[in-house]
Design a protein around this ligand. Structure first.
Ligand SMILES: [Fe+2]
Ligand SMILES: [Fe+2]
Length: 443
């Protein structure tokens, strides 16, 4: 006998909770993997503007990964674990996105293929999911889309510049991108359909000029810089910090050279993310982004004053000092430097403010705020990993090891290194005197 029923014709109900949870789990894993691989490429990235973008993008990707993880746990409550399961073969393919022939190819692969692919995937989710029942996810995916659009917009100018500065790398980058293009459709299908999951595609990076990824333990610098090992004399010997204009230049130099801290934080992500909880990645990604902002504070100051890239004093020694160290000691090195020099932030905030240099003072003010969080990060995660390894040391015990790493690299400085540092110092100050403006004494 026929029964009456209210109509159910609305197209809202395409994805049930299990469907969404499984698709979002894939999104989470690919976002997380992107964070780690972008971090891995930071130290070896040569092109300057591209190197500055990676830490910011990986931080944005980490925020999306964090929210996706949280959402998957909500949908599967009370389950607390997220495991790859049947998605492992696809994730293994996704992991190979890191195996680019060089940093330009890696960035181009992300810019031309991977991020546009994710954009399409997320748009498909928005078009399919129910904006009422699945509202909390909609907000996350909209943010992810906004981030990708912002990233792609900012990447264009950097990519044009990278091609102009490294023209000999364009062919290999194109070959790598064509390889990733072959993955577009199978990855799209995997990321948008559940439970239907086709077999993972075969992808051999070597067929497109790729090679197994290995993080660089020395900091790569753009060829336009006149790179030295020790960018300012105080890296080699104790000296008076300087006053007035010299302190402005010295601080801008130190900020610019915080690219080392960015690289060290990125290396900590790459080395330790798989050994720590999800919160470690959240903190370390933010740490990495903060350090690149500090670097950009110096870069912006120099650029605004009229310095060109070849005129900016930049070195590599602080990141290189950790080349032979184990991952935990590298985390210890960054923690040690953070705590040792944190007092200079507040002091220089005051000195620059009193001297009428509001921009430098402003930079120091925000830098100081960041560094206070970083000492917390350093202490929290050193304690965590020490305990995990049943190591009885405490964070402060890393002081002698960090000092020894720096002492070793200083001791290896050659007469040529000393001469280079002095030359850069004299040249930078001479250029500063050309660009300086006369100001009335502050009373
Ligand atoms: Fe910093
Ligand atoms: Fe810091």
């Amino acid at each position: 006998m026929e029964t009456l029923q209210m109509p159910s014709t609305d197209r809202r109900a395409q994805l049930m909770v299990e469907d969404s949870a499984n698709i979002l789990k894939r999104f989470y894993f690919v976002q997380r993997a992107l964070v780690v691989m972008q971090a891995g490429w930071v130290p070896g990235a040569e092109h300057w503007q591209s190197k500055l973008l990676l830490p910011e993008f990986l931080w944005q990707d980490a925020l999306v990964a964090k929210e996706l993880r949280q959402r998957v746990l909500e949908l599967r409550y009370p389950e607390r674990k997220i495991l790859p399961g049947d998605d492992a073969p696809f994730l293994a393919v996704w992991q190979k996105l890191a195996d680019a022939p060089h940093s330009l190819a890696f960035s181009e692969g992300l810019r031309q293929v991977v991020k546009p692919l994710l954009r399409r995937v997320y748009q498909t989710y928005l078009d399919t999911a129910d904006h009422l029942d699945d509202g909390p996810t909609i907000r996350i995916i909209r943010q992810a889309l906004w981030d990708i659009d912002d990233q792609l917009g900012r990447w264009d100018a950097a990519a044009d510049d990278a091609r102009a500065v490294y023209p000999e790398q364009i062919t290999a980058a194109g070959r790598w991108v064509s390889g990733l293009n072959s993955l577009r459709e199978p990855l799209f299908d995997w990321l948008t359909r559940w439970p239907v999951s086709p077999p993972a595609p075969a992808f051999e990076p070597a067929d497109f000029g790729g090679q197994p990824f290995a993080i660089s333990r020395t900091g790569a610098r753009d060829r336009r810089f006149d790179t030295v090992k020790f960018p300012w004399p105080d890296a080699l010997y104790q000296r008076h910090p300087g006053e007035g204009m010299e302190l402005q230049i010295r601080q801008a130099t130190h900020h610019l050279n915080e690219i080392w801290a960015t690289e060290m934080a990125a290396a900590c992500i790459f080395d330790l993310a798989d050994h720590g909880p999800a919160e470690f990645l959240d903190d370390a990604a933010r740490w990495c982004y903060d350090e690149v902002r500090h670097c950009r504070m110096g870069f912006e100051r120099f650029a605004q004053w009229g310095f060109t890239l070849p005129e900016m004093p930049i070195g590599t020694f602080s990141y290189d000092a950790g080349a032979e160290a184990d991952p935990l000691t590298r985390l210890g090195i960054i923690f040690y430097f953070e705590t040792t020099f944190i007092h200079t932030k507040w002091e220089r905030f005051r000195i620059f403010g009193e001297a009428g240099d509001r921009v430098s003072s402003h930079d120091m003010d925000f830098d100081w705020a960041d560094e206070q969080i970083h000492t917390h990060y350093g202490s929290r995660w050193l304690k965590y990993f020490l305990q995990r390894q049943k190591d009885s040391r405490t964070p402060i015990d890393f002081r002698p090891e960090a000092e020894a790493c720096v002492a070793r690299i200083r001791a290896a400085a050659t007469p040529q290194d000393y001469a280079d540092t002095e030359r850069i110092y004299q040249r930078t100050m001479a250029r500063a005197r050309q660009l300086a403006v006369a100001v009335a004494p502050v009373v």
